[in-house]
Design a binder for this molecule. Structure first.
Ligand code: MN
Length: 235
């Protein structure tokens, strides 16, 4: 550990996610996301359902805490919600055997992969990276984690999201194309996973646009809930 006074600018804060029932938060290292992991969502966006899911990333400091107001982000006219189960790792490695992958899991939570859909689609058309559509300030609100030692490893259960009290997204964890052990195994072929990594495991169908003033509630049976709001754009 380098002392903060030895950096060229003051040392930066460690991004964290709250842990339910604890005053010790979970430190975030990397934020991985699975694209196209629920069939009905692949269909609603008109993508090829024979193609396997894949990974992209957000930055750790884009994680936002439960209860926040996320300013409507810049550049977009189609800002959408994607509710997803968050898997938080306490260990990692390369080429993790799916049979042993759950040993790496610290716990689970509810997150939202906020998306500037118009920019994501424009990138897709131009065969450019998704960065501009997926990576932006407060683009990954995450509710408090629940340790696997308390809730086990959820493989089924309703996952849902409502906006201003109206349900928009609904699915079941059992509908994931790649389950959690497979996700960890496949991602660990691509990068070394480590303690502090979180993985957003893909969204069910029903993604739709958000507006300033919207109140979002979402949850996963047996895991938890998350609430946050959308605010006005930053002037
Ligand atoms: Mn997503």
């Amino acid at each position: 550990m380098t002392a903060s006074s030895s950096f060229a600018i003051p040392a930066l804060p460690q991004p964290v996610i709250a842990v339910a029932g604890s005053d010790k938060p979970f430190p975030v290292r990397r934020v991985w996301c699975v694209g196209r992991n629920y069939l009905e969502h692949i269909r609603e966006l008109g993508n090829d359902e024979r193609q396997p899911p894949f990974f992209f990333a957000k930055h750790a400091d884009m994680v936002a805490q439960a209860g926040v107001t996320v300013p409507y982000p810049q550049l977009t006219k189609d800002f959408q919600h994607e509710v997803e189960m968050v898997v938080a790792l306490k260990s990692g490695g390369f080429n993790i055997d799916p049979q042993k992958a759950l040993d790496c899991v610290y716990g689970y939570g509810v997150g939202v992969d906020l998306t500037r859909r118009d920019l994501q689609m424009a990138s897709r058309k131009k065969e450019q990276p998704w960065e501009i559509g997926k990576s932006f300030d407060m683009g990954a609100p995450c509710g408090a984690l629940r340790p696997a030692s308390e809730i086990g490893h959820p493989a089924k259960g309703k996952i849902w999201l409502s906006v201003n009290g109206t349900e928009r997204q609904k699915g079941d964890l059992s509908e994931m194309i790649w389950n959690v052990p497979e996700i960890i195994g496949k991602l660990s072929l691509q990068v070394s996973l480590g303690a502090g990594d979180i993985i957003l495991t893909g969204t069910p169908a029903g993604v739709a646009a958000l507006q300033p003033g919207d109140k979002i509630d979402c949850g996963i049976d047996g895991v938890g809930t998350l609430a946050f709001s959308i605010g006005n754009p930053i002037a």
